[in-house]
Design a protein around this ligand. Structure first.
Ligand code: RP5
Length: 163
């Protein structure tokens, strides 16, 4: 049975990232995955970010999703404080359209990975799917929900016809 406590911690660098990260939260809800969402910043709230990361596993969190823009160190900073899997969402909030966040998030040094998804809202949704795929290894109900979600995608794509 899936825990009632949050299994996924969704964090974002600023409230301005909310619109993009909402897609992640919505998809986790659709897959019936308990999660929490909060704003934490590697640069603006470094102590709170560290506290979140070091306490996450003890609170029952099994996967962390971190979205941030600009010089996006949030996912990497979290990854340095925990051995939980960390998924990074580079957000396209800067004049560089997320290329800066992509490189900051994906280019982690050997030994401290961040599973980096696509830039922006598509990546935020894929972060939820990837978290579900990790949790599905342990929770049969999430595996079922994920397979049903995937069937929906396949059906929708196969019904697409060109006129
Ligand atoms: C990053 O800076 C945040 O993740 C956000 O994408 C960006 C801009 O933040 P605000 O200035 O809008 O708060 O840390």
């Amino acid at each position: 049975m899936v825990s009632e406590k949050p299994l996924v911690g969704v964090i974002m660098g600023s409230i301005s990232d909310r619109e993009v990260m909402q897609g992640c939260s919505d998809l986790l809800s659709e897959l019936s995955i308990p999660h929490e969402a909060k704003v934490l910043s590697a640069h603006r709230t470094p102590d709170l970010t560290r506290e979140f990361a070091v306490s996450a596993a003890d609170r029952g969190i099994e996967v962390i999703i971190a979205g941030a823009g600009w010089a996006a160190h949030l996912a990497g900073a979290i990854a340095g404080h925990t051995t939980l899997p960390v998924i990074g969402v580079p957000i396209d909030s800067s004049p560089l359209n997320g290329m800066d966040a992509l490189l900051s998030t994906v280019q982690m040094p050997p030994g401290i990975p961040v599973a980096t998804v696509a830039v922006g809202s598509g990546g935020a949704k894929n972060a939820a799917v990837l978290a579900a795929q990790i949790l599905a290894l342990k929770y049969p109900s999430i595996d079922q929900n994920l397979k049903s979600y995937r069937r929906g995608i396949t059906e929708k794509a196969s019904q697409t016809v060109l006129t």
